[in-house]
Ligand binder design. Structure first.
Ligand SMILES: CC(C)(COP(=O)(O)OP(=O)(O)OC[C@H]1O[C@@H](n2cnc3c(N)ncnc32)[C@H](O)[C@@H]1OP(=O)(O)O)[C@@H](O)C(=O)NCCC(=O)NCCS
Length: 148
C-alpha cells in the first residue's frame, strides 16, 4: 500500500469508506480514487489484523462500489497482492496496461523515490443496479460468519 500523509487523507476524506468498532475506532477502510468521469480505482484497502476474515474488507469495498455508482463511475480497477480477495467480490483479472493513467502515476512516484511493488490487476464493470450487500452479524473468531 502506498504511504499517505495526514493532509492527503484529510483532503480526500469524502472518498474513504470506513468501518468503526463500538468505541469509534476505525477497523477497516477503502478509498475511491477517481481517474476520469467513468474510471476509478479501489485503493487503500486495509483491515485491522485482529478483525481479518470477518467480512469487513468485503463490506468497505462494496461501500466504495456504492460511492462509485453514485458518482456515475462505470468501471473500477484494483491492484492487489491478494488474489482471492478481489476474485471473491466478482472482480476479473486484467492487466495494468489497460490503465495508462495508473502507470503514469507509478512513473511519477517511482521518480520521486517511492518503491513500487508489482501487483496483480483486477477490474469490475459497475451496472446501474446493485444488490444490497448482506449484513454480517459478528461471530467469535473461528466460527463461521452468518449472513442476515
Ligand atoms: C486483504 C484484506 C483487506 C481482506 O480483508 P478481510 O476483512 O479479512 O476479508 P474478508 O473477510 O472480507 O474476506 C473475503 C474473501 O477474501 C479472501 N481473502 C481475504 N483475505 C485473504 C488473504 N489474506 N489471502 C487470500 N484470500 C483472502 C477470502 O476468499 C475471503 O472469502 P471467505 O470469507 O469465503 O474466506 C485484509 O486481509 C488486509 O487488510 N490485509 C492486509 C492489507 C492488504 O493486503 N491490503 C491490500 C488488499 S487489496
Amino acid at each position: 500500500m502506498l504511504p499517505r500523509t495526514f493532509d492527503e487523507i484529510a483532503t480526500r476524506v469524502d472518498n474513504y469508506v470506513v468501518a468503526v468498532d463500538a468505541a469509534g475506532r476505525v477497523v477497516a477502510c477503502a478509498a475511491l480514487e477517481e481517474y476520469s468521469p467513468s474510471l476509478g480505482e479501489v485503493s487503500s484497502v486495509a483491515v485491522a489484523p485482529s478483525r481479518h476474515g470477518r467480512g469487513l474488507g468485503s463490506q468497505v469495498v462494496l461501500g466504495v462500489e456504492r460511492l462509485a455508482r453514485a458518482r456515475d463511475i462505470e468501471e473500477l480497477f484494483a491492484l492487489s497482492l491478494t488474489d482471492n480477495f478481489f476474485l471473491s467480490l466478482a472482480y476479473e483479472p486484467t492487466t495494468i496496461a489497460r490503465y495508462p493513467e495508473k502507470l503514469a502515476r507509478y512513473d511519477t512516484l517511482s521518480k520521486s523515490g517511492v518503491e513500487i511493488v508489482p501487483k496483480r490487476c483486477f477490474q469490475k464493470a459497475l451496472g446501474k443496479t446493485w444488490d444490497a450487500p448482506q449484513l454480517m452479524v459478528q461471530s467469535p473468531p473461528g466460527q463461521k460468519k452468518i449472513a442476515v
